[in-house]
Each structure stands twice: as C-alpha cells, then as structure tokens.
Design a binder for this molecule. Structure first.
Ligand code: BGC
Length: 737
C-alpha cells in the first residue's frame, strides 16, 4: 500500500469516527476544500531539505542492463519517476509520454499496449476542440488505469518546417487553432486526474541540431506566433507543467531562459504550475533554477550532471541559490499535483475499456482526415463494387505510426515487425488495424485483392483488372530527425504513376507526417490525407472511402508546391552526410510571426493546398456574412447551408486583416454539422489577441483601432468579400481586444 493510500484510509476512518478534525489539524493539506495553493504551502512547510531535493528531479524510469542501471524502485516503467514522500502522503510521480496515447518505450512494461490516437495534426484538422478534449480524456483514462499520474503530452510547437520530424505530434501552423486544440487535449487529460505537460517551450520547431541550435527570433514575432499558441493552450488547458525545450532561443538554452520562464510564463502569464526540463535539456544548476526551471528530468541519464542535486545543494550553501526559490520550486510541483487531483484521486489500476478508446481514436480520424482531391466524384466508393485493388504501405496488415518518444505500443503488438530502423528513433511500428480488412468488409460484394507494391508491374496489372484501385503511400517520420525533402520514400511515386496509368479510377490514401510532393496529383482521381491514422485507422479510412462518414477535415498546415516556397528552402543539416557540421542558428526572423499561410500571403505565393482547405461529399453555401460588436468584441455571423445530398460538417473560418496589414490571420472558427438541406446561422467570436499587436515595450496586447477587414472563408485563400469593421483602440492584458 502506498503512503498516500494510508493517509486517505486514515482520513476516511477518522472521519467516520467523527475525528476528521484531528487529521485536518495534523495534516491539513489533505482537506480537499482548501485551495491547491493553500495545500501546497502547508505541505512545503513540513518537508525536510532532502525531501525537497527529492521532488525537484525525476529519474529515468527504465533500467539499462548494459550500464548496470536498475529500474528506480517503485517506478512503473516509462519516461520518468519521482518518489513520493509517504510520511506526508505525497504520491510518487509516475510519468509517461502520451502525446497520442500512453507510451511504453522499449516495451519496458512487457506487452503493455495502449490505444493510439491519430497524429495530433488529425485532431487539429478536425477543428473540433470538443473532440480534442475527448481524445485527451481517453489518454488520461488509459494512463490512470495503468497507474500513471503525469503525462508528457500537449505538444504544440508551431509547424514552421514541413520537414520537421515531429510535426505529427503537434497541431499545425496556426496559433489559434493549435492553442484551442492542444488546450482542450490537455483539459481532457487532466479531467481524468492526471497531470499533463505542455511542450516544448519554446520554438523547438525542428529536430535537426535540436540540442544545440539557437533560434533567432524577435520578441514581438515570438509573442504573436509560437508563444501565442502556448498562451492560449495554457489558459484553456491549465497544464500542471510546462516542459522546456532542448534548443536555445537567441543564444540562451530554453531551460535556463529567464525571459521565457520567469519573465513571460511565470510573470506575464502568471503561470502557477512548474517547469520541467526535457530529457537532456539542462546545462546548469543555479542558472537554470534561478531562471525558472523547477524540476530536472532524468538528469542522471540524459544531462551531463545531476544539476538539481549536489551542484544545486552547493549553490544553496554558497548563496547562489536561495531557500525561498527552492521552496517555490517545490510548492509549484505540489500545487500542480493538488490542482490535477493527484492527492485526492490517485490512479486506480483497472482494465481499459478498449472499445470505448478505439471509438474515440476512430472519430478523431473520421473528423480529421482531409479529402484533398475528388475528381468526378470518384469518392465515396460504391458498396456494390465488384472488384477492387488495395495496394501498398502494408495496408493488408495495418497503419503506420510516427517514431520517437510519442510512439504507442499497440495492443496486439506491431503489425509489421522487422522494419528498419529497429533502434531509436525506431522501431517502425504499424498499428494492427488493417485497411484491407475494413475495406473488404465494407465492399461485401467485391473481389478485393491486395498487392504489396514491391512489384510495381504486378500492382498495375491488378489495378487494370479492378474497378477501382486504392493505393496507400506512407512516409515514416520520427523525433530527432527531419526529412531531407518532401518526397515519398522508395519507389512509391513510380508505384502511383503505374497504377493510375493502368486504372484512372485510382484513389491515393496518404499516411504521412504531413505535406509530401505528389508529382502524380493531376492524374489520380482522389487523394485522402489520413496522417498517421492511429489504432482504429483501417476502419476509419474504410468508412471515409465508402461515405459511411463524410470527410470534414481541413488542413492545419499549408501544403507547399515546392521547397523553394518556404522561408528556409534549405534545411541545413537534414540532408547532409553524417559527420557534417550541424547548423548553429536558425533564422525565424525571415518569416517572423507570419508562419505558414501568412508567409504565403506576404510573399504572394500559391501553395499546392492552402491552410484550412478540405473537400466534402456534400456542398456548403455561405450567405453574406455580417459583423457586429458585442461588449466591445467583434462577432461575425454567417448562414451556412448544406446544399448537397449528404450530412456533413463545414468549418467556418474567420480571417482578419488588422489596419495597415495585408496579411490575414485566423481569428475565429466554428465547425458545424448540417443535415442535407439544413441551414444554420453560425456565430463566430473572434479572439481579441488576433485583432491586436503585441507591444513589447509595455508587455501587453494592443488593439490599434481603425478599419479591420474581416473575411469568412473555407480556407485561408477561399474567402468572402471583406467586411469592413471600425473598431476603437483598446489596450490591456491577455484579454485585450
Ligand atoms: C522528448 C520529449 C519526451 C521526453 C521523454 C524527449 O526526447 O523531446 O517530448 O517527453 O523525451 O521521453
């Protein structure tokens, strides 16, 4: 029995005996009626110095036989472990990665599978914060029933680099969309009394040279882009911890960046939680602690020193680090543990309701897959088809997952074992959700044949004798490496070309990290972006292809036509031979806050597909939008009608150009589900900070006032005529508008 269980049982027993006051007075922090701040404050006062030092660092929760390192006693096994303080009822922190589902790195918990959501880009593409919440709640629920109480989740780095190896863990290029989606995911996780991080703070948008590279960016640009995403998500999700990143920002490591940690996060945003480091992101003791880092993660394995032990104790003795700051670090950690419910609702080991979890994973892909092309209504497929060819990407076995710390080990194991790389950031894993099986079930009257695609001529021959060919193509991406370019690996382009030559009724399903080059695009009939499809991917893809559900995803990223369109056409380091010097700086001042679609507008470039784009099996008509000011805040209304034959969801996107700027920013959105023929008036509230500029001198958002141009769109480029709205200037803090 763990210490906290003893306290809880004692509390209950004494309560029954009418003695709760006795407990309340000796351990008043057990009283859930007190605020997390009060409870944490009382507890800090009880802790010895050693106990405090025990709480400000975690250990790596994995054994290493080669180095003679045992699993830390009491750890369940995953990414991190902080022992509790049983005498005071402080529970241990059992930390697991969980961006898409509960991870099981290296199968440290043999055979312990979990449900994987599709890529976070799919959640973002749903433009449905309520669905993101349910995804988070699913992960939090599975984590809790496995005994974990802290999840390393909430990835929100903005997609500035389409080759970025972790894009699938993040929520796209726009701060408002990413902030809302990730904020709700975190809120969902924490609704299950599991503490969540948000990560990686900040501007850790590429993998190449991530441990050393310095991001050059002006403060205003950072506030209006990457930091705005964090600000919005933190407000919405209230994550218990912020994970600081590997990289440097304007020369200073993220985990010892006083301006970012003390200044912005804890100062301007009044963030009450704690800052934990990424694994291997700490480079100093008192410098980091004084700059705002509260907890060093797995330093004994990943950093060159256990900075938050002996070196920090020495700094305390030498006067370079104060007792008050140590108490603040501990108080923040305990406060977040109380706020997330770790004391009052400890994890209860229980079997997972896998069907319920799978249903959530399926819905996220059903709402987040993006139909990019559909010529002559090739899709949805007819369930009465007589013959079909399913080709490529191991679609007979399952669907691919991205690699690295977010990898979820599937229930039932890897559907395609033995692929390279087997070692970090591998293994390459396929979730055992076979598109072929799901398609065969859906097309009950059809002869459905599979070709692996290894033999291109055989695949084309199969396509030629089938009514329809569905080609799956994949691109594996992983933490710690960026892609060299946007090309599909291997001979997949040649495969698609050959298949579509054999049968123009070819559908391509993309299972990729994000945007890829599609040299065959104009020739194929349809393209569906299914991201990394997650544990129920096969079924969701089949239901989308056959119109059991209507695709409604909208791109959370701009799809470049070619790399030359990017602010940095060359990603230094990615394609260089091993051993070449790594880049030391990446210049984000080129695009500044104009990330993604805003860059394309500014440069007058046409992407292949714009941000916000996605097709449907039905059609939507927008009426003439109107705008009015309610309590000083603009609100936009538009009537949306489903003019087609099928139910479907539209996403009303409102973009605003502030006075003096040509660049339109997404300022609000609403996803709306409509039956055939149904019309509804949709009201969209605009986020005040998107109508403002960040004034760095006064550290606040300022709405300059003047004539604002408001556009209602189906994407960043498919827009209504502008509405002009006159707004007075307004100044203030986070809610300036
Ligand atoms: C990643 C983090 C992750 C941590 C623990 C790091 O490599 O950057 O996102 O939470 O490992 O596994």
């Amino acid at each position: 029995m763990k210490g906290n269980d003893v306290v809880r049982i004692a509390t209950v027993v004494l309560g029954l005996l009418g003695g709760s006051h006795a407990v309340a007075s000796s351990q008043p922090w057990t009283d859930p009626r007190l605020s997390p701040d009060e409870r944490a404050g009382q507890l800090v006062a009880q802790l010895t110095l050693d106990e405090k030092f025990g709480l400000i660092r975690s250990s790596f929760a994995q054994p290493d036989a080669a180095k003679g390192r045992a699993m830390p006693p009491g750890a369940l096994g995953s990414a991190g472990f902080v022992p509790g303080v049983p005498r005071l009822g402080i529970p241990a922190l059992q930390e697991s990665d969980a961006g898409l589902g509960v991870a099981n790195p290296g199968q440290v918990r043999p055979g312990d599978g979990a449900t994987a959501l599709p890529s976070s880009l799919a959640a973002a593409a749903s433009w449905n914060p309520a669905l993101a919440f349910r995804g988070g709640a699913m992960i939090g629920g599975e984590a809790s029933s496995k005994g974990f109480n802290l999840l390393l989740a909430g990835g929100i780095n903005l997609l500035r680099e389409p080759r970025g190896g972790r894009n699938f863990e993040y929520a796209g290029e726009d701060p408002l969309l990413a902030g809302r989606i990730v904020g709700e995911t975190i809120r969902g996780i924490q609704s299950r009394h599991v503490l969540s991080t948000i990560k990686h703070y900040a501007v850790n948008d590429q993998e190449t040279a991530r441990n050393s590279i310095s991001v050059k960016i002006g403060e205003r640009a950072m506030r209006e882009s990457d930091l705005l995403a964090f600000e919005l998500a933190i407000e919405r999700g209230r994550p218990g911890a912020v994970m600081c990143a590997y990289n440097r920002i304007n020369g200073t490591y993220a985990c010892e960046h006083d301006g970012l940690l003390n200044g912005i996060l804890k100062g301007d945003w009044a963030y009450p939680g704690f800052v934990m480091s990424d694994w291997g992101a700490v480079h100093s003791a008192s410098t980091a602690a004084n700059a705002g880092l509260d907890q060093q993660s797995a330093g004994e394995v990943f950093d060159d020193q256990l900075y938050f032990d002996a070196p920090l104790r020495k700094a305390l003795t030498d006067g370079q680090f104060s007792q008050a700051r140590l108490d603040d670090m501990v108080r923040r950690i305990l406060r977040s543990m109380f706020a997330a419910g770790l004391f009052d609702h400890p994890p209860v080991r229980a079997p997972v309701d896998r069907q319920a979890s799978l249903a959530v994973a399926r819905e996220v892909l059903e709402e987040g897959a993006v139909l990019l092309r559909n010529e002559r209504e090739l899709l949805p497929l007819d369930r009465q088809l007589h013959s079909m060819a399913v080709i490529g990407a191991h679609a007979d076995k399952g669907v691919p997952a991205g690699g690295g710390s977010s990898l979820v080990w599937p229930y039932g194991g890897n559907a395609v074992p033995g692929l390279e790389p087997a070692a970090w950031p591998g293994p390459v894993v396929y979730h055992p959700s076979s598109p072929l099986q799901a398609i065969s079930k859906m097309a009950a009257h059809a002869q459905v044949n599979y070709a692996s695609g290894d033999d291109i001529a055989a695949a084309a021959a199969l396509a030629a004798k089938s009514e329809v060919a569905v080609v799956f193509v994949q691109q594996w991406a992983a933490e710690s490496v960026d892609a060299a370019d946007l090309n599909l690996p291997g001979r997949q382009d040649a495969l698609v070309e050959a298949v579509v030559r054999a049968n123009p009724r070819t559908v391509v399903v993309l299972e990729t990290n994000g945007a890829v080059a599609m040299p065959w695009l104009e020739r194929v009939g349809a393209v569906l972006q299914a991201w990394y499809p997650g544990s129920a991917g096969g079924e969701a893809i089949a239901r989308l292809l056959f119109g059991e559900v209507n695709p409604s995803g909208r791109l959370p990223l701009s799809w470049p036509r070619e790399l030359a369109q990017l602010p940095r056409p060359q990603l230094e380091g990615a394609s260089q031979p091993a051993g070449s010097p790594l880049p030391t700086t990446v210049d984000y001042d080129i695009e500044g806050a104009d990330v993604g679609y805003r860059w394309y507008q500014r440069q007058h470039l046409q992407p292949l597909f714009p941000f916000g784009y996605g097709l449907s099996y039905t059609r939507f008509e927008h009426g003439t939008p109107t705008a009015r000011v309610v309590d000083g805040q603009p609100r936009v209304s538009v009537r949306v009608r489903n003019t087609g034959q099928r139910a479907g969801a539209d996403v009303v996107q409102v973009y605003v150009a502030v006075p003096g700027s040509q660049v339109r920013r997404l300022a609000g959105f609403v996803r709306v589900m409509l039956a055939p023929g149904e019309a509804r008036k949709v009201d969209v509230e605009l986020e005040p900070r998107l109508l403002s500029d960040f004034d760095i001198a006064h550290r606040r958002w300022v709405r300059r006032g003047g004539s604002y141009e408001i556009y209602v769109g189906r994407s960043a480029t498919d827009l209504s005529a502008p509405l002009k709205l006159q707004l007075p200037p307004r100044e203030g803090g986070a809610d300036a508008g």
